[in-house]
Ligand binder design. Structure first.
Ligand code: ADP
Length: 664
């Protein structure tokens, strides 16, 4: 076995690999860029080597720097994680030349599976069921149309070098096939420097289901069941689960056997994933093979009880896979939700910045959190804005979903925007709960994007109960403060009003064992909790005939409280009946008119300004370019006007909603 390994990655996956290595008694070396000198993976590893500036093209993607880091530290093997160099054949070859083991498959398998056209040919030859299509390179738009007609619309035009959902176009007509050919070709050229595209049948309402395989260098290959990853946004996975609620035992076995056949065809060793799409009749078709550890591998680990990273390391060290197919048992149900620093209410715009407060849910037999961040750390604009992968495990799917809802309520993140409201809405969506999934789920259920109205509607009595409890504890404390002005002492009082939105909820409160009882019309609401002032979480039981175990996050907010529950945010104020009466008469403050300003839609760097003071502009004209997450965003004028003043200069870092230009 290796004594020391290097992890050529960052973030949660680097941390995850380090955990297993430590468990196996193997020393670890982290690598890091300028932006990551304080990162969690650097803190966790036994040693760390600086490999360059923040942009990954100058650090995590530089093969020579990684090989050099191995030489300097004496690391005998490298785990590449996912992304970065994990599927770069040149990396594998450079390591081999330096006598360093690669914890992954051999270069020939990476190469054979790295190209969609070539891998589909190979799959066909191995007897794997493939999407009907034309496995040749399309020359021009005319050929695209004639082949699309031959296959029969709808068709998918795809970049052979594609990945990450890039270079893919759906076409339902000749015109769309022409346009799709042009745009897929362009995108493939700019993203992969390889403009070959091919065409296959578009499978309507498909589900994405993939098979985990594990092979060793002695020719043993097994499959570890499937993962369903149909909940995708723009072809990127958001929620994954194992097993799939859709497969029958027979289909699972057929998919597993084909995946093994494909892996054997390329002498696959290590962990790999064979991706399929499955139509509504449970016909399955090979999509591609990922020759690395997948982001969503934890759900397989939870239902099989295996440590995939441990097996990858053992196999790379030449050990035999002692596990036989009949030893693999799938037990229970696991879900994974990808927690991202992005604003779901603003079209999932990345949200970078410092995690001013970060309390992940506690890990247990039911909850697993894979993360690479910590309180006070930063989510930078240079890398994927993932905060964590949150997994839950239970004997059955419904229970895994309810654990997930609770774990999302327990996830406390402040300082930047995150997608927990969106994840909570998905977990409460009746169609998700039924397991009625397709890869179009998000596009169909949230056609105009995600809005606060898409959140599950909660019984207001629940939040009123929690607000009343929290408020009572505050007034009780205030009433005991010494030095109060005679005649003006704070009275605990029993009649109050919770103001929530523009609604008033009057109630009468009294002490009961372990909490309070509220009369507010209808059945008495009891709220039991041991919550104390200062705690960020309110955990308790609210009962209005039924028991509701609740976890509510709370922040002080002005004179009131900001409560977070089930993805929703509610600002509440608790007032005396007289104050509530007066509050109802207060004029509502109109929000300021910001239409006179060009605001930065995201945190980023102001790359250039195209206008100057006094300039006349026309609607649609370019005003500025803001770079964020390695992407340039062009900001255009929404209407004709004149530039009155400039508020930011090129080179400046912008926060979200920062003023850039003011119009007259
Ligand atoms: P990438 O390598 O870019 O991730 P994939 O080939 O793995 O591309 O496809 C990504 C997703 O695109 C799939 O999970 C599925 O949702 C959708 N997709 C791909 N091919 C088809 C097809 N022929 N029909 C329907 N959907 C498809």
């Amino acid at each position: 076995m290796f004594k020391k390994i290097l992890i050529a990655n960052r973030g949660e996956i680097a941390c995850r690999v380090i955990k297993t290595a430590r468990k196996m008694g193997i020393a670890t070396v982290a690598v890091y860029s300028d932006a990551d000198k304080d990162a969690l993976h650097v803190q966790m590893a036994d040693e760390a080597v600086h490999i360059g500036p923040a942009p990954s093209a100058q650090s995590y993607l530089v093969i020579d720097r990684i090989v050099e880091a191995c030489r300097r530290t004496g690391a005998e093997a490298v785990h590449p994680g996912y992304g970065f160099l994990s599927e770069k054949r040149e990396f594998q070859e450079a390591l081999a030349a330096a006598g360093i083991a690669f914890i992954g498959p051999d270069a020939h398998a990476i190469f054979a599976m790295g190209d969609k056209i070539e891998s589909k040919k190979l799959a066909k030859a191995a007897g794997v069921s493939s999407v009907p299509g034309f496995l040749g390179v399309i020359k021009d738009a005319d050929e695209a149309v004639s082949i699309a007609r031959e296959i029969g619309y709808p068709v998918m035009i795809k970049a052979s070098a594609g990945g990450g959902g890039k270079g893919m176009r759906l076409a339902r007509t000749d015109t769309e096939a022409r346009e799709g050919f042009a745009s897929a070709t362009n995108e493939a050229r700019s993203s992969f420097a390889d403009d070959r595209v091919f065409i296959e049948k578009y499978i309507e309402n498909p589900r994405h289901i993939e098979i985990q395989v594990l092979g060793d260098s002695h020719g043993h290959v097994i499959y570890l069941g499937e993962r369903e990853c149909s909940i995708q946004r723009r072809h990127q996975k958001v929620i994954e689960e194992a097993p799939s609620p859709f497969l029958t035992a027979a289909v699972r076995a057929a998919m597993g056997e084909q995946a093994v056949a494909l892996a054997k065809a390329v002498n696959y060793k290590s962990a790999g994933t064979v991706e399929f799409i499955v139509d509504t009749e449970r016909n399955f078709y090979f999509l591609e093979m990922n020759t690395r550890l997948q982001v969503e591998h934890p759900v397989t680990e939870l239902v099989t009880g295996l440590d995939l990273v441990e097996w990858m390391i053992r196999i790379a060290a030449g050990e035999q896979l002692t596990l036989r197919q009949q030893d693999v048992r799938i037990r229970g149900w696991a879900l994974e939700a990808r927690v991202y620093a992005e604003d779901p209410f603003r079209n999932f715009m990345p949200s970078i910045g410092r995690l001013t407060r970060y309390l992940p849910p506690e890990e247990s037999a039911n909850v697993r959190v894979d993360t690479g961040v910590y309180e006070g750390g930063e989510i930078s604009m240079y890398y994927d804005p993932m905060i964590a992968k949150l997994c839950t495990f239970a004997p059955v799917r419904d229970l895994a979903i309810s654990h997930m809802r609770r774990a999302l309520d327990e996830y406390f993140i402040r300082g930047l925007n995150h997608n927990i409201p969106f994840l909570a809405a998905l977990m409460a969506h009746p169609r998700f709960v039924r397991g009625d999934l397709t890869t179009n789920f998000i596009a169909e259920e949230y056609p105009d994007g995600f809005h606060a109205e898409d959140l599950p509607v909660e019984d207001p009595r629940l939040l009123v109960g929690v607000a009343a409890f929290i408020h009572r504890r505050h007034v009780e404390r205030e009433a005991t403060l010494s030095g109060q002005m005679p005649g003006h002492e704070v009275k605990v009082g029993s009649d109050w009003v919770v103001r929530f939105g523009d609604q008033n909820y009057p109630y009468t409160i009294r002490d009961i064992e372990g909490g309070y009882a509220l009369e507010m019309g209808g059945p008495t609401v009891t709220v039991l909790s041991d919550w104390e002032i200062g705690q960020p979480f309110f955990r308790g039981v609210v009962n209005d005939d039924n028991d509701h175990q609740v976890v509510v996050q709370m922040d002080r907010h002005g004179i009131g409280y900001r409560l977070f529950h089930a993805g929703s945010r509610a600002d509440v104020v608790v007032l005396t009946p007289r104050a509530a009466e007066l509050a109802a008469l207060m004029p509502v403050k109109a929000p300021p008119d910001m239409s006179r300003f060009l605001l930065s839609p995201m945190p980023g760097l102001l790359v250039s300004l195209a206008v100057e003071e006094g300039q006349e502009i026309k609607a649609g004209e370019v005003l500025a370019v803001v770079e964020a997450m390695k992407m340039e965003n062009i900001l255009r004028a929404e209407r004709d006007g004149t530039v009155a003043s400039i508020h930011a200069r090129p080179g400046e870092s912008l926060s979200v909603d920062q003023k850039i230009v003011e119009f007259a």
